[in-house]
Design a protein around this ligand. Structure first.
Ligand code: C2O
Ligand code: CU
Ligand code: CU
Length: 533
């Protein structure tokens, strides 16, 4: 057993079978949870040491180069809250003596990644490497899902830029449940720009360069996870009322007065965050240095942003001006979530939802409490340039409209839902296209994701006022639109134009997916195959 802090997370490694069967007996004695002690709107609750990536264990950093990894998807018992046991799904990986749970896989650009999935769950699964430019047979298309006891082998060259990518399951109709129950991990790619940045700012992964996966979950009174979306929650997305970062509920991070890099992944099924750092009531500025597909050309100063499911943002936070014991809180600020239930013919939803989820969409709450505990002599400067991003050449590009709408309780892309062996979007290899996502005004926000190819956001048209206010240029783009992307949030009434270069060197035609990254939407079929041939 590894104990990560007294009030923190207890992780059971090894002998999980025994623990699971022993658990039924133990359950009687388990303390019951009361929501007020977990309520993320109350900063007093933020006392649990944030789970940080170490050399092993939960979120341990695993160098993937030159290994043939076995990732076993299995059930495991973890304590998410105090002594209460929760049944999770995890990726269990061994590397020699070291055991990992949902490891942070680290690769250098250009290196070959070799791994196998072993499915020890009682249902089908497959791993998708979110953001990676790989042959589609390596991409975790749901048609490749394997059943209990099944395996799937992966072998690909890591072609992507340095950046914060991630992996998660992708079986048809049950991705939301499997990811929610714990199957997700970071996949970090390092390139020379990345190394320059780390050296220049003296950043160390797990200490001052910290991946943060934010997830909202619901717990029962025993501390076990609850995933039981009703029809309305399948339509609106399943949100939780306890906020986890790196699987630590109500986390606390002790820091020294210097620059920190946070690589934030919204790993939630459906919740959008409006991220800001606050010291008391004062909003602290921070730098955005990267997006889904790695570093920006230069740091961009901001004080808030929206981050939707599937998206990543790379941030620098300068804590040098702070004093000992100062507290900074990473919060999600209040916003209108634009869940237009009435308009989409879904009256009743608000009330139904209130009964089950205590933390309404768009409500303000805390995510991570940061306390300055050490002063450090730190004289590094945020660099003026980070990397280069070549704009996609749009000469000859054709525009393809992608409409997002609903019919009854079903979300649609171009009026269609997912069929495993239908290919409604056909793209010619080695061409460039502009995809224009057009979200109906009466819709809700949809984070739209593409497999296989990274894209560039060109323009946002007709954005809602709160989004317009955060625009960083004439094109209405957001700070999260400035780099390479694989997921882009499309608000109701908005048109978002993206550029995609479909040049690739993979053999044969590629069957890839575009879908909404609200996982309940994906599971109910807000997803289409697209074929590049
Ligand atoms: Cu992160 Cu198809 O998904
Ligand atoms: Cu993906
Ligand atoms: Cu959606």
């Amino acid at each position: 057993m590894k104990v990560a802090g007294a009030a923190g997370l207890v992780l059971a490694t090894g002998g999980l079978g025994t623990l699971i069967s022993g658990c039924a007996v133990e359950k009687e004695k388990m303390p019951t949870l009361n929501y007020p002690s977990l309520d993320p709107t109350d900063l007093k609750n933020f006392v649990n040491p944030l789970n940080l990536p170490g050399k092993t264990g939960l979120l341990g950093v695993l160098e993937g180069t030159g290994k043939n990894l076995l990732l076993t998807a299995k059930q495991a018992n973890l304590s998410l809250i105090a002594d209460n046991q929760a049944n999770l799904f995890v990726y269990d990986v061994s590397d020699g003596e070291r055991r990992y749970t949902n490891p942070i896989i680290k690769m250098k650009q250009g290196d070959t990644f070799t791994a196998s999935l072993l499915n020890n769950l009682n249902e089908k699964t497959i791993i998708h490497w979110h953001g990676l430019h790989v042959d589609w047979r390596m991409d975790g298309h749901p048609s490749y899902a394997v059943g209990k006891g099944g395996t799937y082998s992966y072998n690909f060259k890591v072609q992507n830029r340095g950046g914060t990518y991630w992996y998660h399951p992708h079986p048809h109709k049950i991705t939301g449940r499997q990811a929610y129950l714990g199957l997700a991990g970071f996949f970090l790619v390092e390139d020379s720009d990345d190394i320059t940045l780390s050296n220049g700012l003296d950043l160390k992964l797990g200490e001052t360069d910290i991946p943060l996966v934010i997830q909202d979950k619901r717990l029962d009174e025993k501390g076990d996870l609850v995933y039981r979306p009703n029809q309305s929650e399948m339509f609106m997305g399943y949100e939780g009322d306890v906020i986890f970062v790196n699987l630590t509920a109500n986390p606390l991070l002790e820091v020294s007065s210097r620059i920190y890099r946070f690589r934030v992944l919204n790993g939630s099924n459906a919740r959008i965050y409006r991220l800001a750092f606050l010291k008391g009531t004062e909003t602290l500025p921070y730098y955005v240095i990267g997006t889904d597909g790695g570093l920006l050309e230069k740091p961009y100063g901001t004080s808030e942003m929206f981050l939707s499911p599937g998206e990543r943002v790379d941030i620098l936070l300068d804590l040098r001006d702070l004093n000992m014991d100062d507290v900074v809180v990473l919060k999600s600020l209040a916003f209108d979530p634009m869940h237009r239930e009435e308009n989409s013919g879904y009256g009743g939803h608000e009330n139904m939802n209130m009964e089950t989820v205590k933390l309404a969409s768009g409500k303000e709450f805390n995510i991570l409490k940061i306390v300055v505990r050490k002063s450090s002599r730190y004289d590094k400067r945020v660099p003026g340039t980070l990397s280069t991003i070549k704009p996609i050449d749009l000469s000859g590009a054709t525009t393809r409209p992608i409409t997002l709408s609903a019919s009854g309780q079903q979300w649609l892309i171009n009026g269609m839902t997912f069929k495993m062996y239908e290919y409604p979007i056909l793209v010619n290899k080695n061409t460039t296209e502009i995809w224009e996502f057009i979200n109906e005004p009466s819709s809700m926000p949809h984070p739209m994701h593409l497999h296989g190819f990274m894209f560039q956001v060109l323009e946002r048209i007709n954005s809602p006022e709160k989004v317009k206010q955060l625009a960083v240029d004439q094109q209405g783009r957001q700070v999260t639109d400035l780099g390479w992307k694989d997921t882009v949030l499309v608000w109701p009434g908005e048109r978002v134009r993206i550029a995609i270069d479909f040049t690739h060197s993979f053999a044969g035609e590629q069957v890839l997916l575009t879908h909404c990254h609200i996982l309940e939407h994906e599971d109910q079929g807000m997803m289409l195959n697209y074929k590049v041939f």
